[in-house]
Design a protein around this ligand. Sequence first.
Ligand code: KG4
Ligand code: ZN
Length: 337
Amino acid sequence: MKSPIILGIESSCDDTSAAVIQGSTILSNVIASQKVHQKYGGVVPELASRAHQQNIVPVIQTAISEAKIRQKDLDAIAYTIGPGLLGSLLVGSSFAKSLAIALDVPLIEVNHMQAHIFAHFIQDANDEAPEFPFLCLTVSGGHTQVVLLKSYTDLEVIGETRDDAAGEAFDKIGKIMGLKYPAGPEIDRLAKEGNPNAFKFTKPKVDGYDFSFSGLKTGVMNFLNQQQQKNPNFIQENLNDLCASVQHTITDMCLEKLYLAAEDLGIKSLALAGGVSANSELRLKLNLKTEEGYKVFIPKFEYTTDNAAMIAIVGKIKYENEQFGELTSKSQARFKL
Ligand code: KG4
Ligand code: ZN
């Protein structure tokens, strides 16, 4: 039997993306990133919805033509139902529903956070896909979670942030230091030239596998204010060391909880997912765990930040299990795993 061909549509935040998958192989993965938010230092929801509306038709047309298929070859349409910005989600869901009606194919609803994790099951995401059970640290601009996966359908969030997400911490601290949104990749770049032990920032004590990043943001802000009173050029003169120290602290805070859960539960397979998993220090540190007998799964760079390939792979798995969506389903700004 021919493997199903599925179109994935992602529009939850500030990237409009469409991908075509056949079986577990990605035939195309097109992403239009919205530059309009940079000057505001964060995503402006109203502008994001408008940009999605401009981008969605050309992005989908490009994904279909790059995949070298015809529209009528599609067996199903998978789209992000949540979590995310409501106006942005509505653009993707309305388009997905209309296309499903026009082509008379099933619709598949995809949870964006599940998709970040399931990106590992895309054929060329890793050398090999993780085997169940495994633990996944999902770190993005909106979420920070430790997820225990026992099967494709048995996912349990065992730890999460009580305030800011890890990506949000990178972005907000970067903004205080005068970096453009999103600051995560820029901090990563500048940190390569800095000393991670130049400045020590206090890490909060949070019970269990939960996280908290807002105290770190306040701590860095207070420290910078004090230093700038003595030297107004403190940030510019120490930018690389500041970035390296902040990155060192955030990555340690994320990994400490993942390792604690792994020890407690006796799980030897660890995976990373979400936009912040593009971070070079996080990838490097987690890779070192292989020396302690752990199996480590880090997805290919292009499947870490928001993309529709990860929506399409969930589409494929749900299609095989006949988990189809409804034309009347509502997009969900908050949507649990
Ligand atoms: O998963 P994602 O693309 O979007 C959300 O669903 O939130 O994650 C975006 C987040 C942003 O906060 C961005 O600063 C962060 O991922 N990010 C990074 C890096 N690349 C993206 N953070 C640290 N280092 C990076 N290299
Ligand atoms: Zn995301």
